[in-house]
Design a protein around this ligand. Structure first.
Ligand code: 5GP
Ligand code: MN
Length: 344
């Protein structure tokens, strides 16, 4: 049977469903998970949503947030494991390689459940029974919307679901500014607005909920931790553990910082290096013609989208930055010598 047909059959009667998404979920990861969860609940399924780690508090307004289990919390792990062991269907949203969900990855690989992967990242691993995957999609939320429509259930999308899905599309397009902002993006969000999503309310929940510490941290980072290398069209932030502690940084506080580096005139490659408990976390952003996902995958054990990717490093902060600058210098011809493109 064709994969779509077996998927439809799989969810045609009430099932035990497990939904997960990548570490440190963003609005697309959590919005697609909760948007889908709320839809599946309406269809009569039993649904558990598990995130591998915590996520920023500016996402807590999403319907279903209170029921999310965080696998990194000891008090949630047992029920999350039980839900995965008992699941008939497992949905993997907004990631395509199993190492993006920490220990849950191997558990999913071993699972006998029907595995569904809904995602828009490049270079997917082959672990799913049904893949609803397209790199043309700006957000996983766009794909979840399309899947619900394809299943003939558009009328089941209520305000709560529309809000979750709108949020992911809004943030993954950088507020409808990145090169992935297509006509289809606008058509889908127009539908979501019709179905109850309020754009300014959602933008307010996500973008206008800063703490004073976070704002001061951003000011500090821009004035003291930004390095601009105009000669190689590159700018980056290097944030130490001490910096994060000084500003009592919470999950999500560094989100968006890297965009300030990319906003500089003439800068085509931006990076944020932040020193965490388990090594250096790296965010890359680029102008349309520069492929940072390939760069992240080749040199920093990461991946992502053409113009927004991430990776990690086990070296210390100083050595990681030296490696980064050397690599950009060495590969500047292939990185920057491309024609600008209108979409990714
Ligand atoms: P961010 O910089 O916002 O953490 O991530 C940017 C994009 O790259 C997101 O789509 C995210 O899923 C992806 N990404 C971030 N870190 C990694 C990583 O370590 N591995 C892979 N494969 N993708 C990543
Ligand atoms: Mn996404």
């Amino acid at each position: 049977m064709e994969a779509l047909a077996s998927f439809k059959k799989e969810i045609s009667s009430p099932k035990k469903i497990f939904i997960t998404t990548h570490v440190k979920p963003d609005a697309d990861a959590l919005g697609s998970s909760l948007g889908l969860a709320n839809y599946l609940l309406k269809k009569g399924h039993e649904v558990t949503v598990v995130t591998p780690t915590d996520y920023p508090s500016f996402l807590n307004w999403m319907e279903g947030n209170d029921l999310v289990l965080d696998f990194s919390r000891e008090d949630h792990q047992k029920s999350a494991t039980k839900a995965l062991n008992e699941a008939d269907v497992v949905f993997c949203l907004d990631f395509s390689v199993l190492n993006r969900v920490n220990e849950l990855g191997e558990m999913i690989r071993q699972s006998d459940a029907f595995i569904v992967n809904i995602d828009h990242h490049q270079d997917p691993e082959d672990f799913a029974d049904f893949k609803y995957w397209s790199t043309e999609a700006a957000a996983t939320c766009e794909l979840v919307y399309e899947l619900i429509v394809e299943l003939g259930d558009k009328e089941l999308i209520d305000k709560d679901i529309a809000e979750c899905l709108y949020a992911g599309i809004m943030t993954d397009t950088g507020g409808f500014r990145h090169p992935n902002t297509t006509k289809n993006v606008h058509l889908v969000v127009a539908e979501l607005i019709d179905l109850g999503a309020n754009p300014s309310q959602i933008a307010n929940w996500i973008y206008d909920s800063n703490s004073v510490n976070r704002l001061k941290f951003i000011g500090f980072a821009i004035s003291r931790r930004l390095v601009v290398r105009e000669d190689i069209h590159t700018a980056y932030f290097a944030i130490s553990k001490k910096d994060l502690k000084k500003y009592q940084s919470r999950t999500g506080d560094t989100e968006g910082l890297v965009n300030y580096a990319l906003s500089l005139d003439g800068i085509k490659l931006a990076a944020l290096f932040s020193e965490r408990e388990d090594g250096i976390k790296i965010s890359f952003r680029s102008s349309s013609e520069v492929a940072v996902n390939k760069f992240a995958a080749s040199y920093f054990n990461g991946g992502g989208h053409k113009n927004a990717a991430g990776g990690k490093s086990e070296r210390n902060l100083k050595e990681t930055i030296e490696k980064f600058e050397n690599l950009v210098e060495e590969h500047q011809d292939e990185l920057f010598d491309q024609e600008p493109v209108s979409s990714n």
